[in-house]
Design a protein around this ligand. Sequence first.
Ligand code: DC
Length: 656
Amino acid sequence: MGIVVAVDGPSGAGKSSTSRAVATRAKWDYLDTGALYRGVTWLAQREKVSEPYEVVDALKKHPLIIATNPENPTLFCGDIDITEAIRSQAVTDQVSEISAHPEIRQHLLELQQKLIKRAMRGIVVEGRDIGTVVAPEAALKIFLTADLSARAQRREKEIDSPAQLLSSATLEESLAQRDLLDSTRSTSPLMIAADAITIDSTELSLHETAQRIWELLKERRLLGLPIVALLGRPNVGKSTLINRFLGRREAIVEDTPGVTRDRVTYECEWNGRDFMVMDTGGWEAKPDGISVGVSGIAELAMQEADVLALVIDSQVGALDEDDVLIRELRKMKKPIILVANKVDGPAEEAQAHSLWNLGLGEPQFVSALHGRASGDLLDKIVKVLPEVGGAQSQDGYRRVALIGRPNVGKSSLLNILAGSTRALVDDVAGTTRDPVDELIELGGSIWRFIDTAGIRKRANQASGTDYYATLRTQVALERAEVAVVVLDASNPISEQDLRIITMVEEAGKALIIVMNKWDLVDEDRQITLDREIDRHLDQVEWAQRVNLAAKTGWHRDRLAPALRTSLTSWEKRIPTSRLNSFLGTLIAATPPPVRGGKQPKILYATQAGIAPPRFVIFTTGFLESSYRRFIERRLREEFGFPGTPIQISVRVRERE
Ligand code: DC
């Protein structure tokens, strides 16, 4: 099963167009579950039945067949194409009523889950109950909404047949009516999943809405990296080439011909593009009777990869086995790159020119051993890489780093959070056997707690080497999206606590401060603690704070909501129009201070990125840091970014 993206929301919020745009761009599947409910309604009307059991019976006789291709999502009932028919007003008027029956929902639920399981790389599923009921394990959940009037206007534009022309008022009424029915029915009503990201598309174009989802997919690393498979006979230098790509000696170089290893993939980066390189080991064309077939490993690699690189030892030239492979490669209809390896000098290059005859275009002459032209080859690879590929992506579990100085109670907290649900997970990169992460269920979602081995092993703490503790914290922070910094509330806030908090801020991660050992905090301590917080933590006033007692478990249920709030802020995006109207009002009321007789003008602002939110303000002159802080404060007041640092940079435009 691939990555599942759930898109729920009321009618007319733009779910279909957005979901299709995202699925098309990712080359993923797309499932419009509303179309299925419409299909049932159409069938019920044709068969003139309305009792749930009659409808289900009709469905069994005339099954719905939906295509999951985002570019042509057709719906058939039996062998009748009903793609258009289900958009009629008659169907629209009755669909909410039909879809409220639990029996009918159950029947369609099974169909939906089967279709989702079938998706190889990923699927965008839109509906009303996808994130809550159909695919609660979805890696990304979006709740797409818009003002009622905006939604009615969009519907109005979609309806082009005059017979269907309804006044805006009637349309609004009909939408509102449908929303009400869909949200109040007893079986899986329209609801926002606890871990869904809400996108209000009222002021967004289709492109902007799809872009927003794309940004989230990318930032969470849910879009698989493209895979380049290196294929070729044994001993042509594939592993040496990979070592070149990686810039280090990691892939083992095989000297024994015919020793086949399985497919091994390595992550590479070139010119800012990340991709995977797959070493197929030494595939062999195995004589099978009189015909010669390609080995299973090479075949699998060809199917999984997005780009196929055929490596040939140019000192040997292309052999019959290569021809067999080339025929197979051509069938895949994927970009093919011909690599002529072992071209160590001009003499070999002259000889290698015969490889043009293979008809695979220009051979790339390289010497993996000496590094000759491997940069050119990488340039060529990057040029043909698709945006999204078939490599396994992140699982979508949000990544949490639990950090703090020794003895604040990190491991007791981890124990009480993990309870009996603990599952150890191998390191993502697979470079170590140490189970460093744990999957822990909190508040209805699964979270990936990072490097918990470091918390459980108290060795570092005992030896007290500050340096290694800091290093470990740094590495955990790098991988995390949100940090839970544990403090000992019964003791004064220390320098080291503050250093750790600063590390989180500088790493640009969402932040929760847990005041642990609250069971030891009496009234007097509370008063001094408040003072310490005022004095030392005003820098991170925005952080989420949870008072908690790991020893007893008191308030442990507060952590999941705090994690969600922080992550929502961390990934938040403010539409450019809203940002600038806010800024306009702000500047009019409080213009930037005059400096050296000149008043800098603020031209406009834009949000450059998320995770954490980053803003760029374009001005005609320098903005004092106090004024920047003022802007940040007001930005937080206006839009609210609880739990996340935000970054504001100023770019001074040269005078025209
Ligand atoms: O997305 P749409 O407007 O085409 O959906 C038509 C109806 O189907 C909608 O009013 C409610 C119902 N529906 C549902 O109950 N559950 C879903 N997952 C999708 C649609």
